[in-house]
Design a protein around this ligand. Structure first.
Ligand code: F6R
Length: 581
């Protein structure tokens, strides 16, 4: 998971590269580096740490260059220290490389690269020494890149600057890469938004694509198959994204949900109608997602089953258990905010004979390009590491499909459903939310208990508290409590209970069990219950009842992170888009 960017053009590209790489920081943020050509010399400046600090350390804003590449890192091979930061140079300092992905066979390759001085512990560094050897053997830049692409295994996107050729050459296989076309300037990047201030014309590179460019021209070809490289024009307004008056992207994205309905105003139900046809004919519907997308899928599978479908939510890594029993009529409903999650993309090859519906937020992503029907997630850009509004719109999408399944609803009915919208949050509970977040900031462990369809919401709430507030939050199905976990409950225990109206009766007994063992229960519910020690009221949202609960946990984890001095946009060890195995 890392971000890469590159530029060659008529004007100084350093400001663009620095701004662009900041836009890619969500992909990894433990080290940063840039390679650029100035007065016929290749320079590399890099370090471990935050991009802004490193820019300042090297006074990068004063640099000038018409050609450069940069990298923001999320460590996989080798600690996050200076020597492991990209770019890497070859022994003669003719080439520099940045890489996103994992080279699975790098140890083997390294053994065969004789006489080179390796300076890092990374897998990526082999690329630049391979380039050095292959061009020394007489191969052109393109031939050497083709050979590299054929020899490395795993998923990768990489870019070289070649001083000798005065060019950048970049290749994609398994990790995202786009090529931007401007006026007397060309770009590569891991995503479109990082370049949208400079161009809106892109080629979405396919696996096997190699592009080489200077300020004058570019050439793109595919080494695996015949590909027609279309230049697509992107609506810049739909991609641009600013933090506004908020302190953090996570805060902005949480509060963006107040306006979530706006993106549903002109909901085009023709896509949903197509989806409905596919679902109704399915033998079985597998719903697949990772992390929050999986928890949303668990909820989706639950309500799809209620609507009479044979639906099962699984994580992508479980698919291998099912491959042998897959039948042609099985349909895959694949959920991914980024559309780039490696675990998801890597299973697509096993699903060639099955219909695939993708619920995706980032259009033009690998997933949206690989499925038969794409349902847009409609969340808008999400930059903070934690999924917030995308979780909400995923659940909302499942509810819309469910509602169509049970009622055969027409466009008008769904419109009515969405127009009867509710506030996602009761501002009057703000004081309580602050109090609970203070309690959370002082605890290392918490249990979140729920029953039935509330349980995926507990899993999601626990994930938010783990990843953003660093609390060991344990989601437990209330029905499972008595089969073991109850042993953990003491008078020291902090327990949050999610109880939706339909589960109140059953939950009451379970909560009694917790209470009688001294547990302190914070109730999250539309109705107060005698078992609650503290109660945060959530809005009664009818069929949309999960949304206010999801929102509340996001807000609590955000507020708790702030109290603990954690940067919620960049929690440790995480990145937004998980493009590695
Ligand atoms: C949690 C979170 C992650 C993602 C997961 C899947 O807040 O952000 O758990 O949900 O990595 O990502 P996508 O949906 O992009 O496939």
């Amino acid at each position: 998971m890392c971000g890469i960017i590159g530029y060659s053009g008529k004007v100084n590209g350093i400001p663009l590269i620095l701004k662009g790489i900041k836009g890619l920081e969500y992909r990894g943020y433990d080290s940063f580096g840039i390679a650029f050509v100035d007065s016929n010399h290749l320079f590399v400046k890099k370090n471990a740490g935050k991009i802004d600090e490193i820019i300042e350390e090297f006074d990068m804003n004063s640099l000038k260059s018409n050609m450069g590449i940069a990298h923001t890192r999320w460590a996989t091979h080798g600690k996050s220290i200076y020597k492991n930061a990209h770019p890497f140079m070859d022994c003669n300092e003719n080439f520099a490389v940045v890489h996103n992905g994992i080279i699975e066979n790098y140890m083997e390759i390294k053994k065969n690269l004789k006489g080179h001085k390796f300076k890092s512990e990374t897998d990526s560094e082999v690329l630049v020494h391979m380039m050095e050897d292959y061009t020394r053997e007489g191969l052109s830049l393109l031939q050497a890149t083709k050979r590299i692409l054929s020899e490395i295994t795993g998923s990768s996107a990489f870019a070289f600057i070649s001083l000798r050729d005065n060019k950048i050459i970049a290749a994609k296989n398994g990790s995202p890469l786009v090529f931007g076309i401007g006026k007397e300037s060309f770009y590569i990047s891991s995503d479109v938004p990082s370049l949208i201030d400079y161009t809106n014309r892109f080629i979405f590179m396919a696996d096997g694509d190699i592009v080489q460019f200077s300020s004058k021209s570019y050439k793109i070809e595919n080494v695996f198959k015949r590909v027609r490289h279309r230049i697509e024009t992107i609506n810049a307004d739909g991609v641009r994204y600013e933090i506004g008056n908020f302190q953090h992207f996570m805060e902005k994205e949480i509060f963006d949900q107040f306006k979530i309905w706006e993106s549903y105003k002109n909901l085009d139900l023709t896509i949903f109608e197509k989806v409905l046809v596919v679902l109704k004919e399915a033998r079985r519907v597998y719903i697949i997602g990772s992390g929050s997308s999986y928890y949303a899928s668990l909820y989706g599978a639950h309500i799809f089953r209620k609507a009479g479908l044979d639906a099962l939510a699984i994580e992508p890594q479980e698919l291998s258990d099912y491959v042998k029993i897959l039948k042609k009529g099985d349909v895959f409903f694949i959920v991914s905010q980024s559309g780039e999650t490696y675990d998801i993309i890597s299973i697509l090859k096993d699903l060639k004979d099955n219909a695939k519906i993708g619920l995706v937020n980032v259009m033009h992503s690998s997933l949206s390009r690989s499925v038969d029907i794409v349902i847009p997630m409609n969340a808008g850009t999400e930059r903070a590491v934690a999924a917030t509004k995308s979780m909400t719109t995923t659940v909302l999408t499942f509810i819309i499909v469910y509602s169509m399944l049970i009622n055969d609803r027409t466009y008008k009915d769904i419109e009515l459903l969405l127009n009867g919208r509710f506030n996602i949050y009761v501002p009057s509970v703000e004081k309580l939310v602050n109090r609970v977040s203070e309690m959370l900031s002082k605890t290392r462990e918490i249990f979140i208990v729920a029953r039935n369809e509330d349980y995926p919401l507990a899993l999601e709430g626990a994930l938010k508290l783990k990843e953003v507030s660093y609390i060991n939050a344990n989601a437990i199905d209330m029905a499972t409590l008595k089969h073991g976990p109850l042993a953990l409950i003491t008078s020291e225990s902090l327990v949050m209970a999610i109880v939706s109206p339909s589960n109140e009766k059953e939950a009451s007994n379970n909560l009694e069990e917790i209470k009688s063992r001294g547990g302190y229960i914070i109730g999250i519910s539309t109705n107060n219950m005698p078992e609650f020690s503290t109660y945060i009221r959530t809005v009664d949202a009818g069929i949309f009842y999960p949304l206010p609960i999801i929102f509340l946990f996001q807000l609590l984890s955000y507020k708790t992170a702030i109290r603990k001095g954690i940067d919620p946009d960049k929690p440790r060890n995480l990145a937004k888009s998980v493009t590695v195995k």
